[in-house]
Ligand binder design. Structure first.
Ligand code: URA
Length: 475
């Protein structure tokens, strides 16, 4: 017997390495076994060293995807089943299409069970509130039918992006700190809070959505199998709700709506916002937009930034000023143009006779792109794809503010506003008609800060002020 040692129950890479090594050495399925944890228990003749490289066999992509799912199944013989399929694929290259084959059908059935377990996890995880050092931490205890935690956790990261949460399971833990998803060792039920103050409100919420007139007990139990009831606060209501369905049906029309609880309402609103954002959310005002940007995942820049920074200023400003992206100070303050470039801008606006308070000041990109150098965070220019991804926010601001004139500061802002790359130095200072406003391009104030020669800097600053005066004439 040859043994493939795997690091964990879901170690797909380990299984693949060992299986490749077996196959290249001609080890037949009945002579191969896989064991989690490695080490020789004395039962077997030979232990395959972990990480053993084998020849690269071409295998259909469908098999790889199937195997990645099947490995999450709780059955002990899943590794053997997969190796048997891999072995047979060499002689039967179309095997994956033979759905009547016992091994193939068995593997597809197990993959289906895994997918169902992941789906149930999405539906039945319930977070309970724990306060840690004054911060909200939402914790859930869940026992998935199969080992789907790592596969399903990214769904929760997208859906509850702006909550700090942990999902604890007997297989492992997933933690989200509003920025990063990390995984930990198996947990026990006592590590999760048993109850919290919003528990009753889950019940109220469920009871209010439960329609006795539509009661189909079997369907309901199929959708919400009993194995999940223990961790669902609202499940405690099911027997009673079923028993009283007929009476409630009669009384339903007259039943008063439950009192909304402020904390639950806030949580549901936040969940809804994250959900809405995923499904094509359109902000109806600037506050909503400013909140929603914190859940933005349109490009990776959110990962290293403190927060998303939206525009500020007069809600119905005739002038919109668009910069590149928040800098170090703006990232911390959550406001645009409050650092050194902002000071240059403020002084030039004043000289041009424009009151900043009458304008709406924003950026083409919402998150600070930078790289660490010692203790400092050094600005990096956003790429075209990052600027393009972020146009969604700028366009939403344009729709809400409806400025008459938009002045762009530098190339990134020009690309964000016009949607095409432009040579700012060639096109600066003259009006460009857009469908919703007139644009005028000029340089970025931090360009002025970088000019080493004093005389050139003074000249360039004059040109900048002249561009802003041209803006004022357009207003
Ligand atoms: N530079 C910009 O382009 N925008 C800011 O908000 C700050 C610096």
């Amino acid at each position: 017997m040859r043994i493939g040692a795997l690091e964990s129950e879901t170690d797909f890479d380990g299984w693949r390495k060992a299986a490749r090594a077996f196959r290249s050495a001609g080890v037949r399925p009945e002579e191969a076994a896989f064991r989690v944890g490695g080490g020789d228990g004395g039962l077997f003749d030979e232990v395959e060293p972990q990480g053993g490289e084998g020849a690269q066999f071409p295998v259909p992509r469908a098999f790889v995807e199937l195997a990645q799912a099947v490995i999450l199944h709780r059955s002990a013989d899943r590794f053997d089943l997969l190796y048997r399929l891999l072995w047979r694929l060499e002689r039967e290259p179309d095997l994956m299409k033979v759905v009547s084959d016992r091994d193939v059908a068995d593997a597809f059935e197990r993959a289906k069970n895994v997918s169902r377990a992941s789906h149930k996890m999405k539906a039945f995880v319930r977070f309970r509130l724990a306060q840690e050092e004054g911060e909200e931490h939402w914790i859930s205890w869940f026992e998935p039918a199969h080992r789907v935690l790592e596969r399903t956790a990214p769904f929760f990261a997208r859906r509850f992006a702006t909550m700090r949460w942990s999902i604890l399971t007997p297989d492992g833990q997933a933690h989200w700190d509003e920025r990063m998803l990390t995984f930990g060792p198996p947990a026990t039920r006592d590590m999760a809070p048993a109850e919290d103050e919003i528990e009753d409100f889950w019940k109220t919420y469920y009871a209010s959505t439960f329609n006795p007139a539509r009661l189909k007990t079997q369907t309901m139990q199929g959708e919400m199998p009993k194995r999940y009831w223990a961790n669902l606060p609202e499940a405690a209501l099911i027997p009673e709700l079923i028993a009283s369905a007929a009476a409630r049906e009669n009384a339903m029309v007259a039943a008063p709506a439950p009192e909304p609880n402020p904390r639950l309402a806030k949580t549901l609103a936040r969940m809804n916002r994250d959900r809405a954002f995923e499904e094509g959310f359109v902000p109806s005002n600037l506050e909503e937009l400013g909140q929603a940007v914190q859940a933005c995942r349109r490009c990776p820049l959110w990962r290293d930034a403190t927060q998303g920074v939206c525009g500020q200023g007069a809600r119905k400003a005739r002038l919109m000023i668009v910069g590149e992206q928040p800098g170090d100070q703006e990232d911390l303050a959550g406001k645009p143009f409050v650092g050194p470039a902002g000071q240059v801008l403020d002084a030039a606006l004043e000289e041009a006779g424009i009151d900043r308070d009458d304008a709406f000041v924003t950026n083409a990109v919402r998150h600070f792109k930078h790289e660490p150098r010692g203790k400092r965070r050094i600005h990096q220019t956003p790429t075209t794809s990052e600027i393009t991804a972020c146009r969604w926010w700028l366009d939403a601001e344009r729709t809400l503010v409806r400025p008459k004139v938009i002045v762009t500061l530098g190339g990134t802002a020009a690309l964000g506003v016009l949607g095409r790359k432009v040579a700012v130095t060639k096109e600066r200072g003259r009006p460009i008609p857009l469908s919703d406003a007139t644009a005028l391009l000029t340089v970025h104030p931090s360009y002025l800060l970088r000019i080493p020669d004093r005389e050139v800097a003074a000249l360039e600053r004059e040109r900048f002020v002249a561009d802003l005066k041209a803006v004022r004439r357009l207003l």
